[in-house]
Write a protein that binds this ligand. Structure first.
Ligand SMILES: Cc1ncc(COP(=O)(O)O)c(C=O)c1O
Length: 397
């Protein structure tokens, strides 16, 4: 045995995640698991059949081309052009990845060097911190703070976070876990900052089709000066309810795409062959599919949001994504050291038979997230209705 612990030091702070603990608790207590963000119904039948057809016809069963199959790269480019007026060359500016997760990893590994700083909006999706650490770079969180009934970005804080070492801004909108969607003015200001300080942007747009209340997703790449300095990332998992397929993509200038590909080729090299064919078909679904998908999730947000409010939570407004952030303080759950979402989430399955995730796990400044917990509403209506009646137990106390 060597004296040094086996785990690479850059990963030491990322122990086992709370998701495993909470999912285990859900099983042990027979609770409804609103912790992890995956749908409990599969995507459109035609798309599931397209994947089966691809396998049966021997399309994608062997290594697909490194950048992804041409059909999918074309479909990604057409989707981007149709929805946002952004033109990408499918041969030089689109790269297929193993979900958005690999795209994020490859973008960070491809663009960062040790000592670089990366600004990301806190609370953040858990892979960001780990990938920044593995790249030897430093994460600089800018905290989204409660602002009325939603979480908002303070642009002055963002500007103040930029230093001479800042290499890129990693931006996620619609934002997991807060449900915040950045508006046009804020995106314009972020774009100006990137241009002024000569920064790259890596944008995580996996919830691009989950903007509610008539709003629309605005890719940062559409803003002046950003087409050439943005690595735009999305994936099929959320939009088509096939999170297990792990088909994602990158759209960026040829230089940036090459940088991302240089790292990606040594991660998975390629993945999800037959599913790439199916996702190419999915991206070409008519606008009605996307509209009804958004409306369906919006109705689920409303159902769970009303249930949480009835149960006595403070409900933060979700403008997009799969998630609602709820404040536990109005429930009187303030704890001895102040509100503690982790203790609350450990108790919730026993008290109400429902599992949520404490938001503090998504923060560097844990105290900022302590009073909040995250619920996923991407579940069947009957599951949400059952959860709603269980949560009433909290109000009854
Ligand atoms: C913000 C965000 N980015 C990326 C991902 C991962 O996407 P994929 O499953 O395509 O790797 C998720 C999944 O929950 C997410 O919430």
């Amino acid at each position: 045995m060597t004296a040094r612990p086996p785990l690479n030091r850059s990963l030491a702070e990322f122990g086992t995640t709370i998701f495993a603990e909470m999912s285990q608790l859900a099983v042990e207590t027979g609770s409804i698991n609103l912790g992890q963000g995956f749908p409990d119904t599969d995507g459109p039948a035609s798309i599931l059949e397209a994947a089966q057809r691809a396998i049966a016809q021997g399309r994608g069963n062997q290594y697909p081309p490194g950048p992804g199959i041409p059909e999918l790269r074309r479909a990604v480019a057409e989707h981007r052009a149709r929805n946002y007026g952004l033109d990408y060359d499918p041969d030089r500016e689109v790269l297929v990845t193993a979900g958005a997760t690999e795209a994020i990893a490859a973008a960070l590994f491809g663009l960062l060097e040790p000592g670089d700083e990366v600004i990301a909006l806190e609370p953040y999706y858990d892979s960001y911190a780990a990938c920044i650490a593995m790249a030897g770079a430093r994460r600089v969180p800018v905290t989204l703070r409660p602002d009325g009934d939603r979480f908002g970005l303070d642009l002055d804080e963002l500007r103040a976070a930029v230093t001479d070492r800042t290499r890129l801004i990693l931006l996620n909108t619609p934002h997991n876990p807060t449900g915040t969607v950045l508006g046009r003015e804020q995106l314009a200001a972020i774009a100006e900052l990137c241009v002024e300080r000569d920064l790259y942007a890596v944008t995580d747009e996996v919830y691009e089709h989950l903007v509610f209340d008539g709003g629309a997703h605005l890719p940062l790449a559409t803003f002046p000066g950003m087409r050439e300095r943005t690595v735009s990332i999305s994936s099929a998992g959320k939009t088509f309810s096939v999170t297990g397929w792990k088909v994602g993509w990158v759209c960026a200038s040829p230089e940036l795409t090459s940088a991302v590909r240089a790292a990606k080729q040594f991660l998975t090299y390629v993945s999800s062959g037959p599913f790439q064919y199916a996702v190419a078909e999915a991206l070409a679904l008519p606008p009605e599919y996307f509209a009804s998908f958004t409306a369906d999730l919006q109705a689920k947000r409303d159902l769970l949001g009303a249930a949480l409010a009835d149960a006595g939570f403070g409900v933060m407004r979700t403008q997009g994504t799969y998630f609602i952030t709820a404040d536990i303080r109005p429930l009187g759950f303030t704890g001895q050291q102040g509100a503690d979402g982790a203790a609350f989430c450990r108790a919730l399955p026993h008290r109400a038979g429902v599992v949520a995730i404490p938001s503090q796990v998504f923060y560097d400044h844990r105290e900022q997230g302590a009073p909040y917990v995250r619920f996923a509403f991407c579940k069947r209506p009957e599951v949400l209705t059952d959860a709603a009646s269980r949560l009433k137990a909290l109000a009854a106390r």
